[in-house]
Design a binder for this molecule. Structure first.
Ligand code: SF4
Length: 476
């Protein structure tokens, strides 16, 4: 499961930004669209595909809701709360539509796929419902809706990867970008809606990924994050017509992207523990520009619960994988996803989750309590029987432990120096730069009179830290 950009941006106190679309040249386009994105990075990357398709149809993007002829909301369905957020936002759009009857409202993404045409019954103001695999069809769906009909396309595809569509970068800092390398997921974790809302796994052709990363590098980007629900199972089988017919594994793809330039940093997300191989770890160790950071969701520390979750590994096996990662990449940063209060979870199971966190020494984690999702395996097989107040208490204990682990991890970096990619001004002060080290830790340091710009690499010594941020100074 991919990290949640919305939560991430909320953590960084950049709530507003998560919603603010970018602006095309006002004179270049007659009609305007406004797009808001929620959920994981894959959704944000999809919104960049949508923007490209609409630009191609003569729609320019606007940040101003009042200016829009088309409003799209790219939705998440991973938890009940995510869907409630979307429904609330639709009520805001209702007010605008009451003033602009010709305005079209479209719902994209996982909630659109989960609810399908039912969305139109539940939300009368919605004109267009489009699933994650049908964005190419947007122009004709908009036409249909402009003729007064409700327009729906929620067909999932076995081969759609949008490989030939160049994303239009939204909210970009011009330095870091997401590049989706595959779509869908074949794992059937019992709590997860993704296989139902994003379909079967398919890998994008390696040549188009390398080309997109090369174009980004030539445009001044200095970091790419390769995206997929489970990147380690990336496997591209060239068609017979292609020149090079050798299948491409994830390790080989990493090597190809790293070879573009030593100045291009490479990250990836998300890994399923069962699929991350020694080959990938050795490839990371061989290339300085492949970052030493792995997001390795554990979800639970109890082998009994992991079996009910259909995660296919045990408590011991997972810890063995963490140990193997640190054997091959000793300074590798590791983060995780954790669900508290899954069906039948006991206090002992919960203690095992705390123990795995302690032993894995995570730098950071995304932590939630279990939210039953309609249609999932767990919904069909198990009762959501852990009372909410117990779920919340256990989640609070998990968060408290992670806060301690994050602080301890940052304290271990005091006095060390790191190669940092400058991403922009720090949130708090324009006098400070903000960037990340290879371990994906945020570092803030004063600009002083150094001649550096966004996109430059600098050596920074860590002098202080908080639980979330390292504080340092440029050393020459
Ligand atoms: S099914 Fe499992 S691996 Fe796939 S997206 Fe969901 S949680 Fe991740």
């Amino acid at each position: 499961m991919l990290e949640f950009a919305t939560e991430k941006l909320q953590d960084e106190g950049r709530q507003g930004e998560a919603f603010a679309p970018f602006e095309n040249d006002p004179n270049a386009y007659k009609r305007r669209f406004y797009i808001e994105s929620y959920g994981c990075q894959m959704n944000f990357a999809d919104s960049e595909i949508v923007a490209s398709v609409l630009n191609g149809e003569g729609f320019g993007a606007t940040r101003n809701l009042e200016e829009a002829d088309l409003i799209f909301i790219n939705t998440c369905s991973i938890r009940e709360k995510a869907e409630q957020t979307v429904r609330k936002r639709l009520t805001d759009f209702k007010k605008i539509k009451s003033r602009k009857p010709a305005l079209l409202i479209g719902v994209l993404g996982c909630m659109a796929e989960r609810l399908k045409a039912k969305f139109l019954e539940e939300e009368k103001l919605v004109d267009i419902v489009v699933g994650p695999d049908a964005y190419r069809n947007l122009p004709s769906l908009v036409e249909e809706a402009e003729s007064g009909q409700k327009a729906v396309n929620v067909l999932l595809s076995r081969d759609e990867t949008y490989a030939d569509i160049s994303p239009v970068r939204l909210n970009s800092n011009g330095i870091t970008a997401y590049v989706s390398i595959m779509r869908g997921c074949n794992n059937m974790c019992s709590f997860c809606v993704v296989p139902f809302t994003r379909g079967r796994e398919r890998s994008r052709d390696a040549g188009s990924i390398v080309q997109e990363c090369t174009d980004l590098f030539n445009q001044g980007y200095r970091e790419v994050t390769l995206l997929g629900q489970n990147v380690d199972s990336y496997y591209y089988l060239p068609s017979a017509e292609e020149e090079n017919t050798i299948p491409v594994t994830f390790a080989m793809l990493l090597e190809k992207v790293a070879a573009i330039s030593p100045l291009l940093r490479v990250r990836f997300s998300t890994s399923h523990p069962k699929d991350i191989t020694d080959e990938v770890l050795h490839t990371m160790a061989r290339h300085e520009n492949i970052c030493n950071y792995i997001h390795l969701p554990v979800q639970s520390g109890s082998s009994r619960i992991l079996q009910l979750m259909n995660r296919t590994y045990t408590h011991e096996w997972y810890l063995g994988k963490v140990k193997r990662i640190r054997q091959i990449i000793p300074d590798c940063g590791i983060s995780s996803d954790i669900i508290a209060g899954f069906c039948t979870e006991t206090e002992e199971d919960h203690q095992e989750t705390l123990q795995v966190m302690e032993l894995s020494r995570y730098d950071m984690s995304y932590m939630f309590f279990y939210s039953e999702r309609p249609g999932t395996l767990a919904h069909r097989r198990y009762r959501d029987d852990v009372p909410e107040e117990i779920k919340k208490r256990r989640l609070a204990e998990i968060v408290a432990l992670q806060n301690r682990l994050s602080l301890e991890s940052n304290q271990r970096d005091l006095g060390k120096s790191f190669r940092v990619l400058i991403e922009g001004d720090s949130k708090k002060s324009e006098k400070d730069w903000m960037g990340r080290n290879s371990q994906n830790k945020v570092i803030v340091f004063p600009k002083e009179n150094h001649p550096y710009q966004k996109g430059d690499y600098v050596q920074v010594r860590v002098d202080d830290c908080t639980q979330a941020t390292l504080l340092g100074k440029i050393i020459l």
